[in-house]
Design a protein around this ligand. Structure first.
Ligand SMILES: Cc1ncc(C[n+]2csc(CCOP(=O)(O)OP(=O)(O)O)c2C)c(N)n1
Ligand SMILES: [Mg+2]
Length: 375
């Protein structure tokens, strides 16, 4: 996988011995760990990271114009999402919280993904064609499902693994501990990928847990936990690749889980409904921006002549076209607000019936108001 090291070498380390390949200026700090990737793959990773940054700006702008619902920004977290997803097979099962748009970008971002953010019920469906579970707002709720999927894969001799992204805040939920325990006991081939972006809305990492690291929590469940520089796409690639190899073959005819704690930072607000100025200092944001994943990776690629100004211009033009196409396509879909009552219960509860009637009354009293014109 890397030039000189095995998966075992990457994972067999103390939980606070953080894996890093690139320095903040893009120079290689650990040549033994540098992955052996083709120029085309490196360019594609760069394109996807750049796409993520632009996607973020565009989504926030659409939200401000009233064309998109509440949105969770990923800026700062591109290296973690793209590096980790590139380390997988295309049909490994991916599940995520709500901020990991990059993992979807690395799976060619099906346009249907935007349906969720534009408030369509269809946006809650699994993206089955690209092996991605539905978006998960209920913190930690998707972890047991990810483990269950991987356990089933193992029992069926299916050579795929399950990779689950979640936040630092998720590690305080019971679901996290139940999922980790189950995976440890039943040898479930799961890669737990924790995006530790230092904050769970306004709660800082320091008050989330008394543990020195989140990675060490894996030891309580009998498997390895490893920290990685989450703003270094080559490091997240190398660690995820190693964890995947272990999930396929951990020796002794076993498949084993791993917890990865990717250290990173969310530059923006928690969501478009949040104001971070009330709980954190702008100087903190500036400090983390010096570790920017795109700048670092760009410097690395330019130094190797894999990337130059002309190619970046071409990439940017393609990104704008692609974004325009998926936004137009989603905006062309007609929404029917009645769908919000359709998919949770086979038989609606009395409370839901009441709410549906309330909606119908509103429609009657507002005539053909744009949002309530259901016919
Ligand atoms: C079970 C549950 N409890 C509380 C919330 C409210 N909530 C929404 S986001 C969030 C913080 C999650 O933080 P983290 O896991 O670190 O993810 P991040 O937003 O930083 O990516 C909370 C508590 C929720 N969505 N689900
Ligand atoms: Mg967080």
């Amino acid at each position: 996988m890397s030039r000189n090291v095995s998966a075992r070498d990457v994972l067999d380390r103390a939980p606070d011995d953080r894996v890093q390949v690139l320095d903040t200026d893009g120079t290689v700090v650990d040549p033994a760990l540098e992955p052996d990737l083709e120029p085309a793959t490196l360019r594609s990773m760069y394109r996807d990271m750049r796409f993520c940054r632009r996607f973020d700006e565009r989504m926030i702008s659409l939200q401000r114009q009233g064309r998109l619902g509440t949105y969770a920004s990923l800026a700062g977290q591109e290296g973690s999402q793209i590096g980790s997803t590139y380390a997988l097979a295309d049909d490994d099962m991916l599940s995520y919280q709500y901020r990991e748009h990059g993992a979807l970008v690395a799976r060619d971002l099906p346009w249907e993904y935007l349906l969720y953010w534009m408030g369509h019920e269809d946006g809650n469906a699994a993206l089955a064609d690209v092996d991605v579970f539905p978006l998960n707002i209920s913190i930690g709720g998707h972890l047991p499902h990810a483990v269950g999927w991987s356990w089933a894969a193992k029992l069926n001799d299916d050579e795929r693994v399950s990779v689950v992204h979640f936040g630092d805040g998720s590690t305080s939920e019971g679901d996290f501990h139940e999922a980790m325990n189950f995976a440890g006991v039943y040898d479930a081939p799961t890669v737990f990928f924790c995006n530790n972006n230092q904050w769970a809305i306004s709660v800082p990492r320091e008050t989330q847990t008394a543990s020195a690291t989140l990675a060490q929590k894996a030891h309580a469940y009998g498997f390895e936990g490893v920290q990685v520089d989450g703003m270094d796409p080559l490091a997240t690639y190398v660690v995820t690749r190693a964890a995947r190899e272990k999930a396929l073959d951990a020796g002794d005819d076993r498949r084993r889980p791993t917890l990865i704690e990717a250290i990173q930072y969310r530059y923006g607000a928690h969501t478009t409904a949040d104001d971070p100025d009330v709980y954190r200092d702008e100087a903190e944001v500036d400090r983390w921006r010096r570790r920017d994943p795109i700048d670092r990776f760009e410097a690395y690629l330019r130094d190797r002549s894999v990337l130059g100004d002309d190619l970046i211009r071409e990439i940017d033009a393609e990104i704008e076209d692609t974004l325009e196409t998926i936004v137009d396509r989603t905006e062309d879909v007609d929404a029917d607000p009645r769908e919000m009552f359709e998919f949770t219960y086979e038989d609606p509860t009395p409370r839901l019936d009441e709410q549906r009637e309330y909606l119908e009354d509103l429609r009657d009293s507002h005539g053909d108001h744009e949002l309530l014109d259901l016919e």
